[in-house]
Design a protein around this ligand. Structure first.
Ligand code: NAP
Length: 297
């Protein structure tokens, strides 16, 4: 496999795929490195209703359409995990477990990973009742009782999605106000098989025969559930950048208004940079604008 490119994009989410689309259409020699399914966070999103031009689509389907669009242009997807980055004169060396790749320009569209509660039995029961992806694992709980933890858009949207297949969904949120627009909160409150448990915190999970058995809350409630979905926010997945000294105190990549890090040939965009609106459309915009910066060079 070819190992040298003008531009390499690490992260095949929507920001990375958009950058590849723009660069390749302009004739740039570009590749994407991705260690998971293409699409990033949207592969874990059930329904998308705010992407202009598409009335409603599920996340994996939109991800697949973007993947098809990019691969139809013959942009190579290298499905490997990047271990480290190294600067060499005006180039960047990318080390994966299997090979070394080299590029003149590097685009980091690393996205974010779901946060975890960090409480007793969470790690042990991960994949054994506790999940961070309703679209992946929801069908396992058809006609069963589940809980959703969190009070942001993800928790609300995914609780509504799960209510269509599960017999009961209990949404547990630590405050009584939600981080979402009124229409979405009203929709949530009108679903008959969703019950809200607000002003309450989960303190531990209990297990029985190797699977999740119940959720213990701060006030002593012991809620028996078949499954639990955590949607308590995201954290940037930028571990591979630690040696480059380009991260802020929360682990986001610091860039200027041209999406450039302190290294003129390393760019970053999408959910791994700090911004005020984390949406598919803003991630796509970052990807297109980074491509434009590189093409202008
Ligand atoms: P979020 O907006 O950061 O919400 C996280 C929620 O989890 C908050 O309600 C927070 O409670 C709660 N939480 C955080 N840590 C907790 C803990 N340790 N214990 C209990 N609860 C905890 O995260 P998100 O819902 O994943 O959304 C992330 C971003 O993506 C947002 O900007 C959102 O607008 C965007 N998004 C957009 C769409 C869309 O446009 N369709 C869909 C999904 C997400 P507090 O409220 O008390 O802090």
């Amino acid at each position: 496999m070819q190992s040298e490119y003008q531009t390499i994009i690490i992260g095949g989410g929507v920001a990375g795929m958009t950058a590849a689309l723009y660069l390749k259409r302009a004739g740039e020699n570009v590749a994407i490195i991705e260690c998971d399914a293409p699409g990033g966070q949207i592969t874990r999103t059930s329904e998308i209703e705010n992407y202009p031009g598409i009335l409603k689509i599920n996340g994996p389907e939109l991800a697949f359409q973007m993947y098809e669009q990019v691969t139809s242009l013959e942009v190579p997807f290298v499905f490997q995990r990047v271990i480290s980055l190294e600067l060499e004169n005006d180039s960047v060396l990318i080390h994966t477990k299997k090979q070394q790749l080299k590029c003149q320009n590097l685009i980091l569209t690393l996205g974010r990973n779901p946060k975890k509660l960090g409480i007793e039995n969470e790690k042990e029961l991960s994949g054994k009742g506790i999940s961070w992806c309703a679209v992946c694992d929801g069908p396992l709980y058809k006609n069963k009782e589940v809980a959703v933890i969190g009070g942001g858009r993800s928790a609300i949207e995914e609780a509504i999605y799960l209510s269509k297949m599960c017999s009961k969904v209990t949404l547990i949120h630590r405050r009584s106000e939600f981080r979402a627009d009124k229409s979405l909160v009203d929709e949530l409150k009108n679903v008959s098989n969703i019950s809200l448990l607000t002003r309450n915190q989960v303190v531990k999970f209990t297990e029985k025969e190797g699977r999740l058995h119940s959720i213990v809350l701060e006030d002593g409630i012991d809620l028996k559930v078949d499954g639990c979905f955590e949607f308590i926010g995201q954290e940037p997945s930028t571990e591979i950048c630690k040696g480059l000294d380009i991260l802020d105190s929360e682990g986001y990549i610091e860039v200027n208004s041209n999406y450039q890090t302190k290294y003129p040939n390393i760019y970053a965009g999408g959910d791994c940079i700090k911004k005020d609106l984390y949406q598919i459309i803003t991630a796509c915009s970052d990807g297109a604008r980074i491509a434009e910066q590189i093409l202008k060079k």
